[in-house]
Structure formats: C-alpha cells, structure tokens
Design a protein around this ligand. Structure first.
Ligand code: 2AM
Ligand code: CA
Ligand code: CA
Ligand code: CA
Length: 261
C-alpha cells in the first residue's frame, strides 16, 4: 500500500463511495420514513441517512488507513499522523435527496497537507462515478475527461450554488452581471456534482459564495485533472467561496462575483 499511497487510496475511495452510495440509495428509496431535522435554515436539513452513512464511512476509513485524519460534515474532525486527511460528505445534496431528486452524491476527497490529491464523486441514482488522483487524469465511469479550453461564460450554462445563507443583494448582483455577459444559470443541490459537471463539460463553470471543504475537496481535483482551474478561499477548517472553469471562465466568474450590488 505505502509503495503507492495515492493509488491505494484512490482505489479504496472508489470502493467506499460505491458502498456508501448504495447504502444511501436504500435510505433514498424509503425517504418517506425519515424524519429530517432542521439545522440552520428551512432548507438546511439532516437525517438518519446522512448520519448513518458518515459513521459507516468513518469506520471503514479508520479500519483501512488508521493513521489518516478524517473531516466530514456530520461529526467532529479526527487527527491523523500520515499527512493524509479524508474529506467526506456522506450525502451532498440532502435537500434534493429528501424531495426525491436524483442529483445527490457521496463525495470523498483526500488531502495531502493542504492540497486535494484524490477525489471521488459518486451519484448512485445517475449511475455515475467521477474519480481523479493527482497526475492521473479525471474520469467518469472510467472514461478520461478533458475540459473545453475555449469556452467563455456565454458558451453554455454556469453553476451557481448560493443557499439561503447567501447575501441576497450579492447573489442578485452576480446573477445580473452574469446575464449581462450572456451567461445563463444552472443549479443542482450538490456542489460536488456541480464541480464534476464542470470537469465533464456539462456546465462551463461554477461559482458558490460559501462552500465547506467536504462539499468541494473531491470536485477540486476532478476539475484540475480535467485541465481546469479552481480557486477555493476556504480550507480544511473554514468555509469560503469557490470559482471553477477553464482559465477564461474561472477569471470571468471571479470578476462577475465581485460586481458591486
Ligand atoms: P449538503 O446537502 O451536504 O448540506 C453548497 O451549495 C452546499 O450546500 C451543497 O453542496 C449542499 O450540501 C448544501 N445545499 C444545497 N442546497 C441547499 C439548500 N437549498 N439549503 C441548504 N443547503 C443546501
Ligand atoms: Ca448539510
Ligand atoms: Ca455538502
Ligand atoms: Ca452533506
């Protein structure tokens, strides 16, 4: 294992994401029996599905890589000594999950120091598994992904992920600036899936004013390995804004998101 620490972790992350995703799918098919609890806002929810899948993932990671740290949405972070930290979101898109939309994912990223080096985003209901490791390219169900280097924000739709916590006038100013530039909005409730869609040329770019590391750690390495550019101003401890696209779209989104309301 330690002969190729990235390859062994990528293979493990893919296996764990698939098993966790299948467990989450069982909850999804019986979602009417869940009693979700409110977190910070009327669309910010957590259920037994989120907690059970994260607890299972943490046990499986600890068993296989006991020296690695773990950061995840629903439990406190645990420190490791190997230099690797698993950054996990058991269900990214709890809101779509609870209302029966198929666009939710299991997101498993790995950090070495403060850099994303492995990422797996699995969407069980879409039968799509996105994966990447540093230097090895990004793949969708095994097929290599290469981002279109020529697109601008007007070429196809742009992901925008603001939740109820976003500043309404800043969100409005971004949307207005985007539409003035010929852009059109796209949104699914999983930030990880939006980043995977950037890597797969399904959207031209993505801007979210506030993501946590577990929403984007896997997606960041997917976009970079597909040839794109990502800036995340958060880190493993703090949320922050994120911009993703090819070089041109990334730079355009940064400018448009700073339009003054
Ligand atoms: P979650 O489902 O794991 O909480 C950033 O947009 C993140 O916010 C998403 O990756 C998703 O993570 C969460 N999210 C998406 N839609 C949301 C909504 N309507 N209300 C609250 N959180 C949402
Ligand atoms: Ca959540
Ligand atoms: Ca999330
Ligand atoms: Ca989540």
């Amino acid at each position: 294992d330690e002969a190729d620490p990235l390859a062994s972790r990528l293979a493990a992350a893919e296996r764990l994401a698939r098993t966790a995703g299948n467990n989450a799918r069982t909850f999804f098919l019986a979602r009417d029996t869940l009693n979700p609890e409110l977190k910070s806002a009327s669309q910010d929810l957590v259920s037994e599905a989120d907690r059970t899948v994260e607890a299972w993932l943490r046990r499986a990671i600890r068993r296989r890589f006991p020296q690695d740290g773990i950061v995840g949405e629903e439990e406190a972070a645990t420190e490791g000594s190997s230099g690797f930290v698993w950054v996990i979101d058991p269900i990214d898109g709890t809101m779509p999950f609870l209302v029966g939309q198929p666009n939710w994912t299991v997101s498993i990223g790995i950090a070495r120091g403060d850099a994303p080096v492995v990422g797996v985003v699995y969407a069980p209901m879409l039968r799509e598994c996105y994966s990447a490791a540093e230097g090895g390219g990004a793949r969708l169900n095994g097929c290599l992904l290469t981002m279109n280097p020529d697109w601008s924000v007007a070429s196809t739709t742009i992901g925008f992920g603001a939740t109820q916590k976003a500043d309404p006038s800043e969100a409005g100013a971004f949307v207005e600036a985007l539409y003035r530039e010929g852009g059109v909005l796209f949104r699914v409730g999983s930030g990880a899936l939006m980043l995977a869609y950037v890597a797969a040329n399904r959207i031209a770019g993505y801007y979210d004013p506030t993501l946590h590391c577990w929403d984007c750690w896997a997606g960041m390495i997917l976009v970079r390995e597909a040839g794109g550019v990502v800036t995340f101003e958060g880190d493993l401890g703090q949320p922050g804004p994120i911009w993703a696209g090819n070089r041109r779209v990334h730079d355009q989104l940064r400018r448009l998101s700073r339009a003054t309301p």
